[in-house]
Design a binder for this molecule. Sequence first.
Ligand SMILES: Nc1nc2c(ncn2[C@@H]2O[C@H](COP(=O)(O)OP(=O)(O)OP(=O)(O)O)[C@@H](O)[C@H]2O)c(=O)[nH]1
Ligand SMILES: [Zn+2]
Length: 355
Amino acid sequence: MASSHFPLPELGWDGGWAAAFTEHTEHTEHLAGRVARVDKGACTVLTEQGELRAGYGAEPPCVGDWVAVRTGPVPRVRAILPRRTAVVRGGVGRDSRSGLSGDSSRHVLAANVDVAYIVEPAAPDTDLGRIERLLALAWESGAEPVVLITKADLAADLPGLLDAVASAAVGARVHAVSALDGDGLDAVRLRPGRTAVLLGPSGAGKSTLVNALAGRPVMRTGEVRAGDGRGRHTTTHRELLLLDGGGLVIDTPGLRRIGLSDDVAEGLAQTFADVEELAAGCRFADCAHESEPGCAVLAAVESGDLPPRRLASWRRLQREAAWMAGRADARLRAEQTRKWKIIHREMRRSGRNRP
Ligand SMILES: Nc1nc2c(ncn2[C@@H]2O[C@H](COP(=O)(O)OP(=O)(O)OP(=O)(O)O)[C@@H](O)[C@H]2O)c(=O)[nH]1
Ligand SMILES: [Zn+2]
C-alpha cells in the first residue's frame, strides 16, 4: 500500500506535535500521520512509511488532522491530536424565508492550517460580503487570513478593486494574483511545512491556483460556464496536497453558501474591527445604530468614512451568528432537559426501591 514516503517535518510536524503525540498515544508502535482526505468510513493518511488508508471510530478525523494510526493489516485511527486551528462552518443551509438557514451543528472544513486563503475572483463580479463572511470563519479559526483576488488579468480597474477589498478586509493581507500569467504568485507561496486552506466560491480559480503553486497539475480545473460565469464544481472533495516547493494546501470544493457556525463572535468582531471601534464611541452603550443620538457608527456613514454596504453586511452577519447561537442554545437546553428527565426517573425508581 505504501507509495512515496513523507518526512514528517515536510507535512508540518514539529516538537509541539511530537509532544502531543506522546501525550495522546498509548502504544509506542502507533504511527503518526497527517490526514489528507476523508471519505465515509476511511481516510487517507500520509506517514513516514507512505500513504495508507485507515478506518476511524465515532469521531471522524478532518483533512489536516494529525492522527495516531494503528498499523497492520487493517490500519485504524486511534487518536486525533488536539487541533491548533480549525476552520468551522455552520450546518449545511436549508432554505428559509428569513434568509437565515442552516442547522447549528459545526462542520470542520480544515484542521491545523496556518493560513486561510480567501479566494475571490476579480471578475465577473467580486462579492465583498462573501469575503467578509469567509474572513469571520478565518479569524475564528486561529489561522492567518489572507485575501486573494484571483483572475487579476481580467480586472477592469485593479487598483480601485483592491481599495474596495481592503476596506472589507480590515487587518488582513490582500493580494492580487493571476494564475494565467503568474503575477503575484510569489506572495502566495508557502514555506516548507506551512499549511494553507483555500476558501472561495466555485469557479474562483482555486484549483488553477493550486496547480500553479504546485508547478504541476494536481487538481482538475473546470471551464467556467459561458452563460453566467459560474464554475461547474470541478473539485468534488477536500484534499491536502503537498506542493513541490514545500508547503501544503487544502483545496475545498466551491461551496454555494458557507453558513456561520454558532461560535463565531470573535471572528466577526475581528472582521469588523473598524465598525466595532466606531460602536465603542456611541453615546449609549446599547446603541443599536439605527437612529440614536450620538451614534458614532451612523456619523461615520454620514461622513463617508464607513461604507453603508459594510454596516449592512455587519448587521446581516451579526444577525445570522446570533440566530445560529440561539439554535445551539436551544439544542443544548433540550439535551439538558432530556438528561434531567432521566436522572429524575432514576431517582424516583431508586426511591421506590428503598427499603
Ligand atoms: N483569466 C483567468 N482565468 C482563470 C485564472 N485562474 C483560473 N481561471 C479560470 O477560471 C475557471 C475556474 O477555475 P478553477 O480553478 O476550476 O476554479 P475553482 O475555484 O477550483 O472551482 P471549483 O473546483 O468548482 O471550486 C477556469 O476556466 C480557469 O481557467 C486566472 O488567473 N485568469
Ligand atoms: Zn451607535
